[in-house]
Structure formats: C-alpha cells, structure tokens
Design a protein around this ligand. Structure first.
Ligand code: MG
Length: 373
C-alpha cells in the first residue's frame, strides 16, 4: 500500500487506575493511593497498532473523566475511517472538536505517530525530524511529606546513578523546606538540586521565602505563585538571581507568547500533556529558545507509555536542554504498564530506536489495572 494510505479501523480506550508507592505533596494538591490515566489504541488496516496515553491530574490539567469523554465522544468520530497519512489534519481538527483536554490530544497524537512509525519502521523521533541527543538526563522529584522516606529514596538514586533531584516545596511550613535544602546541601552534595513550588505561595509572601531558598543556589526555582499571577512572576524574576521557571503558567504556545511578552520567566517546563501533543510541545520549546529562555522536559503522573512519547519528543528537540523528569514508571508507580521496562539507567533516559514508540503496553496489565475490571 502507498504512503500511509491505510485506513484507521480500530479505536479502543482503557481507563486505568495505577497504584503508587508513596504520598507526594505538591503546592496544588496531593497524590496518594493511585493515579488514573487513559490509554488509547488505534488499529489500521493490515493490523498495525498505535498507542497513546492521556495523563491528567484533576488539580493541574484536568480530570481523567474529561480526557476519556474527549477521546470517546468528541475525537473518536473523526479519527476512525481516516487514513494514517492524515495525522496533521486530524490533530488540527482535534484542536477545535473539544476545548482544553490537552492530555487527550497528546494521547491522540502519540498514537497516530506510533502507528505511522509501526507501519514505516521508523522511530517516532525520526518522524519529528530525527534524534539530536544520545540520551536525556533524568531528574527525580522529592515530594514525600515524610523526609526520612525521601532520604531512603535519595540513597537509592545515588546507588542507581541519578544526579538530579527536584524538591517540591511550599506544601508545608517554609522551615520544612529550609531543613530539607540544608540536608541536601550538607549530606547529598553530589546531586544537582532544583526547586518546584507548584503555585503554593501567595504573591505577598513569595519574595521573602524565595529569597531564602535562593541562598541554596538551586539550578532553578519553578512556579512559586498561582499560574495566572503573571505580575508576581515577573517581579520575582527581577528580584532573584537564580533562574525562574514557569510550569503551570505555560500550557501551550499561546501561553508561551504571553509569558514572553510579560517577562515572567527565564525558562519553561515543556509537557506534552499541557501543550496538547508532541508538536505543540516542541513549538513551546522553540518559542522559548528564540527568546533566550531555557526549556525543561516536564511530565505529569504518567506511565512509561507517556514517558516514551516525551522522550521521543525531547530527542528531536534540542531546545529542551535541562533534562527530563520521566521518573514515575520506575520510581513511583507500583507497576508500570509497558511490556518492557521504560529505558533509563545510570541517571539518563535512553531513546528507543525501534519502530514507533519502541515499546508497547502489556495487554494483561491493561486488563488488570482497568477501572471497569
Ligand atoms: Mg512543576
């Protein structure tokens, strides 16, 4: 058959509930027990499959129910029956078919790219212009309200060669943040340290607290205040000497445009779940770079399936130079859903060179973790 002329004939969804191994506290809320994701499988004539994941978090991007409904009710009708070669047009239609629901659109584009990769024998990063790096440095987040538990995690990370940690701050007392930073700087000096508030601070208290955090010289401080507080972000940026990163303030290219105009940050956390797909995420990174800003490979509470999409996207996007945080599959989920372990070792994420995403989900795990089971 000619270039990607296969018709998309199958469209299946799973709503999964994945147990996690610990509590994680963030400025915007707490993760405990399990996280929920939506998995999409596309099938084409000839039997090839493409897989994608929506990883929403209700307090951050949206709910799993909204992702499911977007994919099931509003996106499905204009995907089935279309040809694989229509990927870009299908993504353009998805933008208008349902507002927001960026995680659902990320799942759709991931599955379309995986499908195209399976048919053509090319990895997803090649479909996005080719791999520009060997691997991606991995950062693991420290967010346990029980610091002793995070110390155990730090020992494991050191043992396994991870060199970057991101401390989640602002969910408890400021003194707790200072104590943990003191501990990191005195006992764990081999780690690069980053700080993420997840919008926890009020604009009037932010500058005093952030100034004291700054003394520990983290690589960057991420999103101290509420996402729409552009004025407070811009003031903080002008008053501190470590780079200020925007996360919740910047979802897609439209937000990046505003963030640049208002001068709210020195860098941005780029996530396919916020941007609504791999190509829009790349666009955010390129816009940042064109304005002299750095870019970081962020993620949500994801399984290895979404990590793979992010890894292929970053591999083809040299503007994302601050590493990634694709740690959940290995360090946070009780069990991942992929057939093989998500590829990371000695502190880096490796980029698969097999067709499509390179690894597919395990059908038994999809059944086992399904909420409808
Ligand atoms: Mg963040």
């Amino acid at each position: 058959m000619g270039e990607m002329q296969q018709t998309i004939t199958g469209y299946d969804l799973w709503h999964l509930e994945l147990p996690v191994v610990a509590v994680r506290s963030h400025g915007v809320g707490q993760m405990d027990g399990s996280c929920e994701i939506i998995v999409l499988r596309l099938m084409a004539e000839g039997g090839d499959e493409g897989w994608g994941e929506a990883a929403p978090w209700s307090v951050f991007t949206g709910s799993p129910e909204a992702s499911y409904a977007a994919l099931d009710r509003y996106i499905r009708p204009f995907v089935t029956g279309r040809k694989v070669c229509e990927r870009e047009r299908i993504m353009a239609e998805a933008q208008y078919a349902v507002a927001h629901c960026s995680e659902a659109k990320a799942a759709l584009e991931t599955a379309l790219l995986d499908l195209e990769g399976q048919i053509s024998g090319r990895p997803v990063h090649a479909l996005l212009g080719g791999r520009k790096c060997e691997n991606i440095p991995l950062s693991v987040s420290l967010a346990n309200p029980d610091w002793d538990a995070d110390i155990d995690l730090l020992a494991r990370l050191r043992e396994e060669g991870v060199g970057i940690v991101k401390l989640k701050t602002g969910f408890s007392e400021h003194e707790f943040d200072l104590m943990r930073l003191e501990s990191l700087r005195s006992d764990w000096t081999d780690f690069s340290v980053r700080v993420d508030y997840n919008q926890a601070l009020k604009p009037d208290e932010a500058i005093r607290q952030v100034r004291e955090i700054e003394l520990f010289l983290p690589d960057f401080i991420e999103q101290p205040v509420e996402r729409h507080a552009f004025g407070a972000m811009a003031r903080l940026r002008s008053e501190i000497n470590v780079p200020l990163l925007a996360d919740e303030s910047v979802f897609g290219p439209e937000d990046m445009e505003n963030a640049t105009s208002f001068g709210i940050c020195d860098g941005v956390s780029v996530k396919i779940m916020k941007a609504g797909g791999l190509r829009r995420a790349r666009k955010v990174a390129r816009m940042a770079s064109a304005n002299g800003l750095a870019a970081y490979g962020g993620d949500m509470f994801e399984s290895g399936l979404a990590h793979l999409a992010g890894a292929h996207m970053i591999a083809a996007t040299p503007e994302i130079s601050l590493g990634c945080e694709f740690y959940q599959a290995r360090y946070y989920l009780a069990e991942d859903i992929l057939e093989m372990p998500f590829p990371c070792s000695r502190g880096v994420v490796e980029i698969p060179d097999k067709p499509g995403l390179g690894i597919r989900p395990d059908m038994g795990k999809l059944e086992f973790f399904s909420r409808d089971r």
